[in-house]
Design a protein around this ligand. Structure first.
Ligand SMILES: C[S@@+](CC[C@H](N)C(=O)[O-])C[C@H]1O[C@@H](n2cnc3c(N)ncnc32)[C@H](O)[C@@H]1O
Length: 286
């Protein structure tokens, strides 16, 4: 975000994010209002559900779930017994929470309307990501993490942002989402699409024709003088995204240093190269 922020326009009216995911970008960007979208219904349900709470009520509701299932809760001082910590030096949270987590996952999969269950699964799950199998069941194993002070602070900042700002969430394909927008002066579209050349969970429905359609849409926005900025992976594990490479030549290209992390392998990929492409002039501090 530190690198990206310097490349965003100084004044933003509507911040428009068609591939919002967890929201780390809009949550760290100043704008008059926010229109954010994702095709993943669970992701948008999580945002819509969490953002309705005040922090105390939310913590209360989440605490009930954590207590009912008997998960560790370092934020409240309920942690793993010392003997387990000594026995499993690096994996004691996972060892302690495994059975309770699996029971919670089973209960969530039986009734997927309980989005707070999904949030707790995310917090205690492997790599803190969302993954559903082909039958539509959440299927991540327990992670070696729990609800700690960092989770609480992130949640508190999130809720505070939601209370102070005007945010509209949508669950749609990005093309339908963008086509419905009434664009005004200083509106800005930031895109972090699935990456064609990596194999993250959210890339499974993304292919070459999606990639081509995306750049066609951005060219159309450009013709309408709508400002956009897009981040994407240009090199990864010996592959190059040639469609991106060719298309980006007509715009401004910035290198982004990122520690790209794949969903099933959390070791850092040093050969990955990410770029940011924009169609606007501005004061770039980067
Ligand atoms: C690279 S991730 C975005 C990550 C985000 N910047 C964050 O901070 O979490 C790409 C996102 O695009 C979403 N996505 C994939 N195909 C889509 C489509 N056709 N329309 C809208 N969203 C889509 C995925 O569900 C995923 O959340």
């Amino acid at each position: 975000m530190g690198q990206l922020k310097k490349l965003f326009p100084e004044t933003i009216n509507k911040f428009i994010e068609p591939f919002v995911g967890g929201g780390s970008v809009f949550l760290n960007t100043k704008a008059n209002e926010y229109l954010v979208n994702d095709i993943d219904t669970n992701v948008i349900n999580l945002h819509k559900t969490l953002s309705k709470f005040d922090i105390d009520t939310l913590l209360n509701e989440l605490s009930k779930i954590v207590h009912n299932y008997g998960l560790s809760f370092s934020f409240k001082g309920i942690t793993v017994p010392d003997n387990l910590k000594r026995q499993y030096i690096k994996t004691y949270y996972a060892k302690y929470n495994k059975l309770a987590y699996e029971k919670l996952r089973k209960d969530f999969n039986n009734d997927k309307n309980n989005i707070l269950y999904l949030y707790i699964l995310l917090i205690y799950g492997f790599n803190r990501i969302i993954r559903f199998n082909s039958k539509g069941n959440f299927n991540l194993p327990v992670g070696n993490v729990d609800f700690n002070i960092n989770v609480y602070n992130a949640l508190k900042n999130y809720i505070s942002f939601m209370q102070k700002n005007k945010i509209h969430f949508e669950n749609n394909d990005y093309i339908n989402f963008i086509n419905k927008i009434h664009f005004e002066n200083n509106d800005y579209v930031y895109l972090d699409p699935p990456y064609l050349i990596s194999n993250s969970e959210y890339n499974k429905f993304w292919n070459i024709s999606n990639e081509i359609a995306l750049y066609k849409l951005l060219d159309e926005l450009n013709l309408k003088n709508i400002k956009f900025g897009i981040t994407n992976l240009i090199h990864h594990k010996g592959q190059t995204n040639k469609i991106l490479k060719n298309w980006s030549q007509k715009y401004k290209i910035f290198n982004i240093n990122s520690n790209y992390i794949s969903f099933n392998d959390n070791t850092i990929k040093t050969d990955s190269k990410e770029i940011f492409v924009t169609n606007y002039n501005g004061v770039f501090y980067g």
